[in-house]
Write a protein of this length. Structure first.
Length: 280
């Protein structure tokens, strides 16, 4: 199974490509989900592509599905080539939901049921022209501390670059081991979620197994735009996927990732009222 996913990753990075005018977009935010949902917060990746001055952008990242399209709350794992003047959009996204039949996790190709490019509430997006080019390769085996793979990279960048923020996106594979992944329940919380503890009791947590293909967006430090400084969603070819927290197998875990530093960061529809709950 691993070679298949590695091939997929290498195909994505080296052939399809994640280079060319690399940029990051932080759209909406957790304050549109918590303490109570604002369902009118709906966005379209084709519009975002124009807003970041990259029509036809190739998007990877982490966000929430559009509940008006999907009919409930869900994790979106966006893999989208936005429409351009020449070509229609290509939506290769995945969607991770709680399976209504057994309460387990359910990962599906977005295009199996929907043919739009909407998302809701929030997204952290890495966009590029989708071209081959130079990338940063990061390999890591065994976890020796508490921080996850992306936090380690982010905090290392912060230590080195200080108050000059560095943002990156790309893709990595958890090649061996297992990971702690959450999926939001299909129903938004009817009572306000005001603390991290309340949020964690509402979320559904799973231990999912490698190989998991992950889509990180990170910024070393928030320069005051109310950013989510890291956000990673993942999918697999064995029916598992969602929001990555960390691996649960520090002794045996293996990571391989490819990253590109962003040239620009766009903050879109920043919430006016904000808080720091549920940013993990
Ligand atoms: Zn998420």
């Amino acid at each position: 199974d691993t070679p298949t996913n590695l091939t997929h990753l290498l195909f994505l990075v080296l052939l399809t490509g994640i280079c060319g005018k690399p940029r990051i977009a932080d759209v909406g935010g957790v304050p549109y989900l918590l303490p109570l949902v604002q369902k009118d917060k709906v966005y379209d990746l084709n519009t975002v592509a124009k807003e970041i001055q990259l029509p036809g952008a190739f998007f990877l990242g982490a966000g929430a599905a559009s509940s008006r399209v999907v009919g409930g709350n869900a994790e979106l794992i966006p893999v989208v080539k936005a429409k351009s003047e020449e070509k229609p959009a290509v939506n290769g996204s995945y969607i991770a939901q709680i399976n209504p039949s057994d309460g387990g996790s359910l990962l599906e190709k977005y295009s199996s049921k929907h043919n739009d490019c909407e998302f809701g509430l929030l997204a952290n997006l890495y966009a590029s022209e989708g071209l081959p080019g130079q990338v940063i390769e990061v390999k890591a085996n065994r976890r020796t501390g508490e921080q996850n793979f992306i936090s380690c990279i982010r905090k290392t960048l912060e230590k080195y670059y200080g108050d000059k923020p560095v943002g990156m996106g790309g893709t990595f594979v958890i090649q061996k081991g297992k990971a702690r992944i959450h999926i939001m329940p299909s129903e938004f919380s009817a009572c306000p979620l005001n603390t991290d503890e309340e949020v964690n009791n509402w979320l559904k947590f799973f231990e999912m197994r490698a190989p998991l293909i992950c889509q990180p967006v990170l910024v070393s430090q928030d320069p005051g735009f109310d950013l989510r400084v890291e956000h990673t969603h993942c999918f697999s070819h064995h029916g598992e996927g969602g929001h990555y927290h960390t691996d649960t197998t520090p002794e045996t875990v293996e990571y391989l990732g490819y990253f590109v530093p962003a040239e620009f960061l766009f903050r879109i529809d920043r919430p006016k009222e904000t808080h720091m709950v549920g940013r993990d």
